[in-house]
Design a protein around this ligand. Structure first.
Ligand code: C2E
Ligand code: CA
Ligand code: CA
Length: 842
């Protein structure tokens, strides 16, 4: 048998105690009243009046309005008005007993809980007794007929009753609902005071009527009713207004990107908003449930564990306005029976929808961060061996070379396996991979802790050494590294000996990592040609030293003499083969050295101070070409590469706009391709330059996407229109699952941010198909065309493929075998005001 006390909370016990006490005092009052009544001479009029009084008191209880706090509904009634009026017309002991009876009849017919009934009856009797004692103390007798005196006395009795009412009722509500007493007192104090005043006026008017002609009393009930309606309307509109304000505040507070914060805020705010005993949020996909009560989280864990609260559950689906996304459920729990009114139901739906949006935003944000991490890792590591990749080598090397007070010498050893192709061809790729992994292990073991071992691609490895006491030490260490490869490898029981050549170079005075790599490369070929295991770079034997090209005022002359020209490589719709744009790629026609690739001179141009003139020359040629194509009937957007350094130049946007105007070329047909660097993207001026370009309608593309550490951080600062998947991923996609995964996640990202995605370096038909089936719409690469002079591209466009001008490849759907997943649109993404990120569709 469970004891009746069991399961009761401390507050419940207190409540029972309080009500019990009130009842005891009320019973005592009733006994005293009964005793006095016996010694009173009651007239027939007294009796009639008390019956009328009991009836009025009962009516006063029935006409009430209700306020729900959690599962408890509180009815606020007119009974004390009736009681005080009674005191004016009948002896106090009689009033005590008759109100008690009237209220008891009313309450019993309404069937609230026993506790509430007892409290209601006891309270009404105590109010009557309190008022009566006050009148008695003041020496009042019902025979008093001076109206002003009567009103004054009764007014005082009313004040006593009101104060008593507050003193008795507020603690009960506080205990029943767990609301702080102080808050209950201040909430609606103004409203309660006005209401008390209005009731007093009603009392006064009734007293006047009683003296003039008691028959006029018939007018009192309509008066009460209209006062009641007026007051309850006022209460209602006031509560509604507060509820709206609270809803607005709550949904505002949900506007954060951290999922945990969203959930905590939602749970704690919703308990307040709906005055619920418990609020629960269940996220369907994550299988996670969060519960909270009175401002704290009580549960956060896997879904499925039952709540401890029994009673009413009001569920609301977490879905967007459009009802499409459905992320889970919101549940309000109450310890007793509760029904929400219409406004509360609407609030619940609105809240659920705001919560749904907040959850989805937070999830999308987390996804962005995850993709960023993934990219960062894939971007800096070689998938097969786990060694650093070329990018990482370049970055670490650059850091090392830039470090001002670095001790000692930095050197690089480039290691290339000889005859590796034969291993691959005769034993298969799997064996080839084994060889590469074992070579990687040996190099890692032979290198020092402070060295960085990297795989540059294929069978090429590199070891970056730092803080060497002298350049000559590098040669010695290189011998150790290559010596580690001397012992034959064991691949599936076969012993395979690999031979390798090493090229050593010490840090150059200028030129940075690209130059260091180039020198090590030169040295390695010397070693191979000479049949030696290693060779060290010697400037005297380097015939193609780029330095000489860029020194001695060559660049200004090159700009002045228009030695820089532009070739164009078309962007092609992978499905239809249609040309959808062209990228301008710079070339240097050197009078003695012939055509030089941009990667060999861009760095020099950037450092030379000639960058603005160079960039303008390239842009000019790109625009001239685009205008020519347009005149010939091919309206193609043209893409131009932008040096990170140009973005540091506040005059750059102005210069671009001036060129556009000079050629009367629409800004939205120009695409600027950006490669980002971490440090650059942190500068305010870069943000300003990019915003200005963007705001003037120019489209922005993120070049070499996937290789940069900060691709996503840049993306979150300046929304671009287009992503270009780096060529290295396209090249590797057929053999490397990781490369394919990067492509897929880039396409996902493009889809969710509504960006166009272009794949670079498409060299084969299988690559084109694979990209297309992943949902990539556009590509660029040797499969379609190499970079061509403007006129040659125009001729190719006019010729077309298979007699279709404007195309460079046969459509894919002709084969009927490839189904395209989806078409990334080219719409401009709207931005989320609070996060600065584009809005993420579900
Ligand atoms: P990018 O912007 O990534 O340009 C694509 C490069 O890939 C071009 O090299 C292009 O010729 C090459 N390419 C295109 N399709 C294929 C393919 O299927 N296979 C292979 N293996 N390569 C392909 P390019 O012209 O040597 O340009 C190299 C880089 O120099 C460009 O990379 C770009 O970052 C930079 N660059 C070119 N022109 C300019 C310029 O005007 N200004 C600036 N700041 N940089 C430029
Ligand atoms: Ca580019
Ligand atoms: Ca690129």
């Amino acid at each position: 048998m469970a004891r009746p006390d069991e399961g009761k909370t401390e507050a419940e016990r207190q409540l029972t105690l309080h009500v019990g006490l009130v009842c005891v005092v009320a019973t005592a009052a009733a006994v005293v009243a009964l005793y006095q009544l016996v010694h009173l001479d009651l007239t027939g009029g007294d009796l009639t009046r008390s019956i009328a009084l009991a009836f009025t008191a009962a009516l006063g209880v029935r006409i009430n309005w209700r306020i729900r706090i959690r599962a408890t509904v509180h009815a606020i009634s007119w009974s004390e008005t009736a009681i005080v009026l009674g005191l004016a017309v009948a002896p106090a002991p009689l009033v005590v007993l008759t109100t008690g009876t009237g209220v008891a009849i009313a309450l019993l017919s309404m069937k609230p809980s026993p506790l509430k009934t007892a409290f209601g009856i006891a309270k009404s009797m105590l109010l009557a007794a309190g008022g009566g004692v006050a009148l008695h103390t003041l020496g009042w007798s019902p025979q008093d007929t001076d109206l002003r005196h009567v009103i004054g006395m009764i007014g005082l009795a009313y004040v006593v009753a009101v104060v008593l009412d507050e003193l008795l009722t507020l603690p009960v509500i506080a205990m029943a609902t767990g609301t702080p007493l102080r808050r209950l007192f201040w909430d609606d104090l103004g409203l309660r005071l006005t209401s008390a005043l209005a009731r007093f006026l009603l009392i006064a008017v009734t007293l006047v009527i009683l003296q003039a002609d008691p028959r006029l009393l018939l007018a009192v009930p309509p008066l009460v009713l209209s006062l009641h309606l007026l007051y309850s309307n006022q209460v209602k509109s006031r509560t509604e207004q507060q509820a709206w304000q609270r809803l607005a505040r709550t949904t505002d507070a949900l506007n954060v990107v951290d999922l945990d914060k969203v959930l905590t805020t939602a749970v704690t705010q919703a308990t307040e908003l709906f005055s619920a005993d418990e609020v629960e949020i269940e996220l369907r996909d994550a299988g996670r449930t969060v519960r909270g009560a009175s401002g704290t989280i009580t549960y956060d864990g896997p879904a499925g564990t039952p709540s401890e609260i029994e009673g009413t559950v009001l569920p609301a689906r977490l879905e967007g306005h459009d009802r499409t996304a459905d992320v889970g459920m919101l549940r309000l729990r109450f310890r007793g029976p509760v029904r929400l009114n219409e406004r509360e139901q609407y609030t619940l739906r609105t809240f659920a929808s705001a919560l749904c949006t907040a959850v989805r935003n937070a999830q999308a944000y987390a996804e962005l961060a995850r993709v960023a991490d993934e990219h960062a890792h894939a971007a800096s590591h070689d998938a097969l061996t786990g060694l650093a990749n070329r990018r990482q080598l370049l970055d670490r090397g650059t850091e090392q070379l830039d470090a001002r007070h670095a001790e000692g010498v930095t050197a690089l050893v480039l290691i290339d396996l000889n005859h590796f192709k034969e291993v691959n061809d005769t034993l298969g790729h799997a064996a080839g991979d084994q060889v590469l992994m074992q070579v990687a292990d040996r190099l890692r073991a032979a290198a020092r802790d402070e060295d960085l071992v990297a795989r540059l691609g294929g069978d090429e490895f590199a070891v970056l050494m730092r803080a060497l006491p002298a350049p000559a030490i590098a040669a010695h260490r290189a011998e150790t590294l290559l010596g580690a490869l001397h012992e034959p490898l064991d691949v599936d029981g076969m012993r395979i000996s690999v031979e390798a050549s090493g090229g050593i170079a010490a840090a150059p005075a200028s030129g940075g990592m690209p130059e260091l790599l180039r020198r090590a490369d030169v040295a390695m070929y010397q070693a191979k040609r000479a049949g030696q295991r290693t060779a060290t770079y010697a400037p005297t034997r380097d015939t193609a030293d780029l330095r000489r090209l860029t020194l001695g005022g060559e660049l200004p002359r090159a700009v002045a003499d228009h030695e820089f020209t532009v070739n164009f490589q078309p962007l092609v719709d992978l499905g239809s083969g249609e040309v959808t744009g062209a990228e301008a790629l710079a070339r240097w026609h050197h009078p003695r050295h012939g055509v030089i690739d941009p990667l060999r001179f861009i760095e020099a141009v950037e450092r030379s101070g000639m960058l603005p003139a160079f960039a303008e020359a390239i842009l000019d040629q790109a625009l001239v070409a685009a205008v020519t194509w347009r005149t010939a009937g091919f309206d193609l957007p043209v893409s131009v590469n932008v040096s990170p350094r140009s973005l540091l130049d506040a005059r750059f946007p102005g210069a671009v706009l001036a060129r556009l105007q000079a050629h009367d070329f629409p800004p939205d047909r120009l695409v600027l391709e950006l490669t980002e660097t971490l440090t650059l993207s942190q500068l305010d001026v870069v943000d300003r330059v990019l915003s200005r370009l963007r705001d003037s309608g120019i489209r922005l593309a993120l070049d070499d996407f996937g290789t940069g550490y900060s691709s996503l951080s840049l993306l979150s600062r300046i929304p671009v229109h287009e992503l270009k998947i780096d060529r290295s991923f396209v090249t590797a996609m057929e053999s490397s699952a990781e490369a394919a995964a990067v492509i897929r996640s880039t396409l996902d990202l493009g889809r969710s941010l509504d960006l166009a995605v272009v794949a670079e370096g498409v060299e084969s038909e299988p690559q084109r198909r694979a990209l297309w089936s992943l949902g990539c719409a556009a590509g660029q690469g040797h499969l379609f065309a190499r970079p061509l002079p403007a006129g040659a591209l125009l001729a190719a466009l006019q010729r077309g493929s298979g007699g279709r001008p404007g195309t460079l490849a046969t459509p894919l759907h002709d084969t009927g075998s490839v189904i395209r997943l989806s078409t990334p649109g080219r719409r401009q993404p709207a931005r989320n005001r609070s996060t600065g990120l584009p809005h993420l569709p579900a």
